[in-house]
Design a protein around this ligand. Structure first.
Ligand SMILES: Cc1cc2nc3c(=O)[nH]c(=O)nc-3n(C[C@H](O)[C@H](O)[C@H](O)COP(=O)(O)O)c2cc1C
Length: 171
C-alpha cells in the first residue's frame, strides 16, 4: 500500500473485534515503532504491549471505561522515558520525548493500516492508574493508550480544516 493511501485510510476506530493478532504482525508493528525519528536519536520512549485481559480492564477503568480498551486484543501503552531525554534538560523531557513517542505512534498506525488493522490514539486517562496497572517506574510517563485490532466498524472521515487555515507559505 502506498503511504499516501495509508495516511488517508487511517481512521480512529472505537469498535474492535476480539480476534487475536498474529506474532508476525506484532513484529511489524514493533519495527514501525522503533524506526521512527527521535531527538538526538535518544529514542526516549518505551512501549508496553498489553495482551493480558485483566490489565486491559484496569487500563479501561483508568480511561473512563472507554470501550476499545475492553475489546481490542492488544493495547500499546506508549510512554516517554524522561531519564534518557534528560540530556536535553526540561525541553528534552517535556517536549522532545513526547515528540519521539508521537512519531512512533503515527508510524505504527500507518503500518497497521497496511496490515488491515485498526487503531485508536487515546490520551484521556488517569496517569497514576495506568502507571500502577503496568508497573511503570518513576521516570516513565504514559502519553497514549493505543488499542490495536480488527475493526468492527468503518467510521466516516471527519472534516479537516482547509490547508490554508493550517499551512502558511513563506516564499
Ligand atoms: C493526542 C490525542 C489524544 C486523543 N485522545 C482520544 C481519546 O482519549 N479517546 C478517543 O476516543 N479518541 C481520542 N483521540 C482520537 C481523536 O479523537 C481523532 O484522532 C480525531 O477525532 C480525528 O479522527 P481520525 O483519527 O479518524 O482522523 C485522540 C487523538 C490524539 C491525537
Amino acid at each position: 500500500m502506498e503511504v499516501s493511501i495509508a495516511i488517508k485510510k487511517r481512521r480512529s476506530v472505537r469498535k474492535f473485534q476480539t480476534k487475536p493478532i498474529s506474532p508476525e504482525i506484532i513484529e511489524k508493528l514493533s519495527d514501525a515503532l522503533i524506526w521512527a525519528p527521535s531527538a538526538g536519536n535518544l529514542q526516549s520512549r518505551k512501549f508496553y504491549f498489553v495482551f493480558n485481559e485483566g490489565v486491559r480492564k484496569k487500563l479501561a477503568l483508568a480511561a473512563n471505561r472507554q470501550q476499545p480498551l475492553w475489546d481490542a486484543p492488544l493495547v500499546i501503552v506508549c510512554c516517554v522515558n524522561e531519564k534518557s531525554a534528560d540530556k536535553y534538560g526540561e525541553r528534552g523531557k517535556k517536549l522532545f520525548a513526547v515528540c519521539d513517542v508521537a512519531a512512533s505512534i503515527e508510524n505504527m498506525m500507518l503500518q497497521a493500516v497496511e496490515l488491515g488493522l485498526a487503531t485508536l490514539w487515546m490520551g484521556a486517562f488517569d496517569e497514576g492508574v495506568v502507571k500502577e496497572a503496568v508497573g511503570l517506574s518513576e521516570n516513565v510517563r504514559p502519553v497514549a493508550l493505543v488499542p490495536v485490532g480488527y475493526a468492527a466498524e468503518d467510521p466516516d472521515s471527519p472534516a479537516h480544516l482547509a490547508k490554508e487555515e493550517i499551512i502558511t507559505r513563506i516564499n
